[in-house]
Design a binder for this molecule. Structure first.
Ligand code: BG6
Length: 487
């Protein structure tokens, strides 16, 4: 098997921080199938060696296992080609270069779009034109439907339903959907994949995984970092576009989906999409009662954030999945920046027992009957339940069954990009977002964003950087007659 990865936007942060370190780690673990070439493309002028030297420095900073010799061996398959994605002539030079470095056996070629989003459309169009010309002259097979030619697209995938739809149309003018790999790096996280294993490779959870036993589900992604130097990007995005439309809804789909008939890209994604289809987009009255938004103090002083910005850096929403499994079970999603700690978890809160038999029982009974899937950090799974305090009458206490990946698996958890790049190379799109999935996600998020822009409802609360959760969000949850899990 022979593979070429062509990275557009290669001089950007993602390539040096994530893509090359992930490919190097796979190389060290001997996981890369067959021979591989990596061709970086961007507008900056580099020689192959200059680019390799830059990557050597960045990779040594961003990988835990680094050795100069092995990196240099790996880097002998890294090349650089100056390409302006808006310039058709540059694509001609790129294809001439690919002809020189690729073997004759028609290798798999992956075009990786890691450019700023405004360059996605011109890059796709120019790739299409270049391929068409080459196929007319017989130098390249037809692009559309050729499964040896794939395109990987980074987020953000549009900024609303309309732009996502237009981008999908643009892509489908050149590529079949089966050739398209839209990245959501949350799907590459080990613990997210483990959620599917937990549900569908065990028989003990599934009978309980429904409205009869579950009171509510909380999907919470707290970040301790603030917007830092990304103020310009973040302010036009806000927490709903940045975290909810993609990562949190992906976690929700995996938590709520039915078991697919087989584990393959098409059937897994069919089941995920059905979850989104069962969520009714909010009316403006529902936006007022079922959503919460806040901004941390000091956000307005960040570089690139306009004075008086009303962009939310924290949000919580309550979603209803109207199907037989989940009707009546609220799914609370929340995410924010500048919070006390970094923690992503999915909390399955089971119903209280029908009667509380033991009068000395814990008052805060929300703390028990709870399954916590800790996505990051300290990846693991914890079951909280009630036991008896020994030799203390019928006094009760909360006990944990606590599984931590780090105790079972001594290697550090692989970065998401290792799994996603490997899957793209192997042609497995199960962990990538499909066009309809992305559009359905926007259908849920768009009305909230629009309503937030047009009205003061709900109001934009403020919070101090470093709080675990804004106090007013605790009150919002209290109003919902629920409580956030605080672990
Ligand atoms: C990115 C967002 O998609 O995900 C960032 O743009 C956010 O704002 C990041 O910080 C969170 O990813 P992780 O893997 O650190 O949880």
């Amino acid at each position: 098997m022979s593979n070429t990865i062509v990275i557009f936007g290669a001089s950007g942060d993602l390539t040096s921080r994530k893509l090359i370190p992930a490919l190097y780690s796979l190389y060290l673990k001997k996981r890369l199938p067959g021979d591989i070439r990596i061709v970086g493309c961007s507008r900056s002028p580099f020689t192959h060696d200059q680019w390799r030297s830059e990557l050597e420095v960045s990779t040594s900073n961003f990988t835990s296992k680094f050795a100069k010799d092995s990196f240099r061996e790996f880097a002998s398959s890294i090349f650089y080609q100056k390409v302006d994605v808006g310039d058709q002539e540059d694509f001609k030079s790129l294809f001439r270069f690919l002809d020189e470095v690729e073997p004759d056996n028609n290798p798999t070629r992956i075009y990786y779009l890691s450019t700023a989003p405004r360059f996605f459309a011109p890059a796709i169009e120019n790739l299409g034109i270049a391929h068409r010309e080459l196929s007319v002259s017989g130098r390249e097979p037809e692009l559309r439907g050729n499964l040896l030619r794939r395109i990987v697209i980074e987020k953000p995938f549009g900024t609303d339903l309309e732009s996502a739809h237009l981008l999908n149309e643009k892509i489908h003018q050149v590529f079949d959907e089966s050739q398209v790999y839209r990245i959501d790096h949350y799907l590459g996280k080990e613990t997210v994949q483990n959620m599917m294993v937990l549900r569908f490779a065990n028989s003990i959870f599934e009978p309980l995984w429904n409205r009869n036993y579950i009171d509510n589900v909380q999907i919470v992604c707290s970040e301790s970092v603030d917007v830092g130097r990304r103020g310009g990007y973040y302010d036009s995005s806000g927490v709903l576009r940045d975290m909810f439309q993609n990562h949190l809804l992906q976690l929700l789909m995996i938590t709520a989906m039915e078991c697919p008939a087989r584990f393959n890209a098409s059937l897994v994604r069919d089941e995920k999409v059905k979850v989104l289809q069962a969520i009714k987009p909010f009316s403006s009255e529902e936006v007022r009662t079922e959503t919460y938004r806040a901004q941390y103090d000091g956000y307005l002083d960040s570089d690139g954030v306009p004075a008086g910005s009303k962009t939310a850096t924290f949000a919580a929403i309550k979603l209803k999945i109207e199907n037989w499994r989940w009707n009546g079970v609220p799914f609370y999603l929340s995410s924010g920046k500048a919070l006390a700690k970094r923690s992503t978890q999915i909390v399955i809160q089971f119903h209280d027992p029908p009667t509380l038999l033991f009068t000395d029982g814990p008052k805060e009974h929300w703390d028990n009957n709870r399954l916590i899937i800790q996505i990051q950090p300290d990846e693991g799974i914890r079951m909280r339940f009630t036991t008896k305090v020994p030799d203390a009458g019928m006094e009760l206490r909360t006990t944990d069954l606590d599984f931590k990946f780090a105790e079972e698996f001594t290697e550090s958890m692989p970065d998401s990009y290792q799994r996603l790049l490997l899957d793209a190379i192997k042609g497995d799109a199960s962990l990538f977002a499909r066009s309809d999935e992305v559009e359905f996600a926007w259908k849920i998020i768009d009305p909230i964003i629009k309503s937030w822009q047009q009205t003061q409802n709900p109001k934009l609360y403020r919070y101090h950087p470093g709080v675990a959760i804004p106090e007013s969000c605790d009150q919002w949850m209290h109003f919902q007659k629920k409580a956030w899990c605080r672990e």
